[in-house]
Ligand binder design. Structure first.
Ligand code: DGL
Length: 292
C-alpha cells in the first residue's frame, strides 16, 4: 500500500468539481439526501462498493484499502471533497485517508453520542452500529469525550444493513430483527438511539414506530451535510447558483438492483453505472474521466 495515491492528473479541488461520496452500498444515500437539501446547487458523484458489502464485519485494514481505491477514483473524476458516508469506513480509515491524500478535504461520519448524551433524560442511550465502527478507536474516543455519566448500550446489528440492502424497511419486515436487537436496550431504559450506520436512517420510520414516542432516534446526516457546507465555504469551494446535473451514481455491484432501491429509498429512480475492481483500483464500466 505504499504507492502514491493522489492521481497524477489531479490538480487539487476546484469549485465546479462534484462532491464525492462513498459507502459500501445504499446507506450513503441517506447522506446524499441530506447533502442535496443543504447544498442544492452542487453536483454529486456517489460510489457504492456493493461487491464488498457489508463492510462492518471486515478487518479495518481491508476497509481502508477499499476506501482508498474509491477515493482515488473519485479524485480522478474531479471530486473536490470526499464525504465518507459510511461509519465503518470512517472508523477504519479517515485518519489514513487524510494522510494518504494530503490537500484533499474529507468529511467523515462519527457516532452521534454527543447529542444523545446531551438529550437523554433516562441517562441511558443506545448506539446501533456495525462491528467495524464499534471496534474502532473513533467510537471509543467519542464515548470517552461525550458520554461521561451516561450508560451507553452498543448494539452491533449487521442484519439491518442487509435488510435495507434488500429494501426491507417496513416494521412488518423488521419486527423480528428489532425484537432481537432493539427490545433488550429498550428494556434497559434507553431514550435515545444513535443511528451509527448510514443504512439505518432508512429504517427510521419502522424503528420509531417500534420504539414508541418516548425514544428519540438520532440521524447524523443533516449535521454531516452542514459540516460539508462549512468545509466547502472555508475553502472557497462552493459551486454557487446555477443549473445542476442530477447526481451520478455507480456501484461495484448490480446496477439494476441499486436503481430499484433508489426508487424505494429516495422516491426517485436514478441511473446507476457499473464499476469493477481491478486489484485495488476501480475501473469504470462507462464512467469516463472528465464526465464529472
Ligand atoms: N453504511 C455503512 C456504515 O455506515 C456500512 C454498512 C456495512 O457495509 O456494514 O457503517
Amino acid at each position: 500500500m505504499a504507492r502514491p495515491m493522489i492521481p497524477a492528473a489531479y490538480d487539487g479541488p476546484t469549485h465546479d468539481g462534484p462532491i464525492g461520496i462513498l459507502d459500501s452500498g445504499v446507506g450513503g444515500l441517506s447522506v446524499l439526501r441530506a447533502l442535496r437539501r443543504e447544498l442544492p446547487h452542487e453536483t454529486y458523484l456517489y460510489i457504492a462498493d456493493q461487491a464488498h458489502l457489508p463492510y462492518g464485519p471486515r478487518p479495518l485494514e481491508e476497509i481502508r484499502l477499499f476506501a482508498s481505491g474509491i477515493t482515488r477514483f473519485l479524485l480522478d473524476h474531479g471530486a473536490k471533497i470526499i464525504v465518507v458516508a459510511c461509519n465503518a469506513a470512517s472508523a477504519a480509515g479517515l485518519h489514513y485517508l487524510r494522510e494518504t491524500f494530503p490537500g484533499v478535504p474529507f468529511v467523515g461520519m462519527e457516532p452521534a453520542v454527543k447529542p444523545a448524551a446531551l438529550a437523554t433524560r433516562s441517562g441511558v442511550v443506545g448506539v446501533l452500529t456495525t462491528a467495524a465502527t464499534a471496534n474502532g478507536s473513533l467510537y471509543a474516543s467519542v464515548k470517552d469525550r461525550f458520554a461521561a455519566g451516561v450508560t451507553v448500550h452498543t448494539v452491533v446489528c449487521p442484519e439491518l444493513v442487509l435488510a435495507v440492502e434488500r429494501g426491507e424497511i417496513t416494521l412488518e419486515a423488521l419486527r423480528p430483527l428489532f425484537d432481537r436487537a432493539v427490545a433488550p436496550i429498550l428494556a434497559e431504559g434507553v431514550d435515545q438511539i444513535v443511528l451509527a450506520c448510514t443504512h439505518f436512517p432508512f429504517a427510521m420510520e419502522a424503528l420509531s414506530e417500534y420504539a414508541g414516542p418516548g425514544v428519540s432516534l438520532i440521524d447524523p446526516s443533516p449535521a454531516i451535510a452542514r459540516q460539508t457546507h462549512k468545509v466547502l465555504e472555508e475553502r472557497a469551494l462552493l459551486r454557487g447558483e446555477g443549473e445542476v446535473a442530477p447526481p451520478r451514481l455507480a456501484t461495484t455491484g448490480d446496477p439494476d438492483r441499486f436503481a430499484a432501491l433508489t426508487t424505494l429509498l429516495l422516491t426517485e429512480r436514478m441511473d446507476i453505472r457499473p464499476l469493477l475492481w481491478d486489484g485495488d483500483t476501480l475501473i469504470a464500466g462507462n464512467l469516463r474521466a472528465g464526465e464529472a
